[in-house]
Design a protein around this ligand. Structure first.
Ligand code: PGA
Length: 251
């Protein structure tokens, strides 16, 4: 089964206007593989302009890091899915562990975001993953399976195929501690089995599952070589054009 290969860069709260445009421009000049979908999830203030820079590029796409769970209204400071869509954003990260922790995002809120994005034909990049304590207890598979059941299982067979999943063990994010290729493969395979039991093999075989958590230019190759790892959600290493390009060329 050939699944879409995807590398998404999560720039988080980094870069000024000038730096953001310069990074995007530099990436358009790099040699990127045509069979990999590369998504730049920039801060939402830069999505419009970065979107224009990558608009005609064969592999580069624009994404956002979050949207509000309501359609519109009195939510001072928030950005809606419709706003992002109106500037050409097709992909939005949902459920990143940093937002679950700092913004106290619950499963109920994530379900609303996923449904709202899908109702607009946009694609959520849905994040799941366990904290260190759970990994140490050995209940990580059960923990992630529950996240998926609580947050994705309301979707029907068609809708669930319009989700990109990112497995991001929290203990590996920004810490320099990467999951080993075996740990990543184990969890990706378990996630695919959870999806298979609910939606069948034809569907579960189609869903791209990305690994995130200190993935970098040096370790991407062995991670991407795992049969159930379809790419990466890259934080720190997506801020450097050369490193990110190497990661995109690591299949
Ligand atoms: P990292 O972040 O690559 O800097 O660990 C990944 C993420 O949080 O998406």
């Amino acid at each position: 089964m050939k699944r879409q290969k995807i590398v998404a860069g999560n720039w988080k709260m980094n870069k000024t206007h000038e730096e953001a445009l310069s990074l995007a421009q530099t990436l358009t000049e790099k040699s990127l593989p045509s069979d990999v979908k590369v998504i730049l999830c920039t801060p939402s203030v830069f999505c419009s302009e970065v979107g224009k820079i990558v608009a005609n590029h064969p592999s580069l796409n624009i994404g956002a890091q979050n949207c509000h769970h309501e359609e519109s209204g009195a939510y001072t400071g928030e950005v809606s899915a419709a706003m992002l869509q109106s500037i050409g954003v097709q992909y939005v990260i949902v459920g990143h562990s940093e937002r679950r922790e700092y913004q106290k995002e619950t499963s109920a809120v994530l379900v609303k975001k996923i449904d709202l994005l899908q109702s607009k034909g946009m694609t959520p990049i849905y994040c799941c993953g366990e904290p260190l304590k759970i990994r140490e207890k050995g209940t990580h598979v059960r923990h992630v399976a529950k996240q998926i059941k609580d947050e994705l299982f309301h979707l029907d067979k068609d809708a669930v195929q319009n989700i990109i999943i990112a497995y991001e063990p929290i203990w590996a994010i920004g810490t320099g501690l990467t999951a080993s290729p075996e740990q990543a493969q184990e969890m990706h395979n378990e996630i695919r089995k959870v999806l298979q039991r609910k939606y069948g093999k034809r569907v579960s075989d189609k869903i791209s599952i990305l690994y995130g958590g200190s993935a970098n230019a040096a370790n991407a190759k062995t991670l991407f070589a795992q049969p159930d790892v379809d790419g990466g959600l890259i934080g720190g290493a997506s801020l450097k054009a050369d490193d990110f390009t190497t990661i995109c060329n690591s299949y």
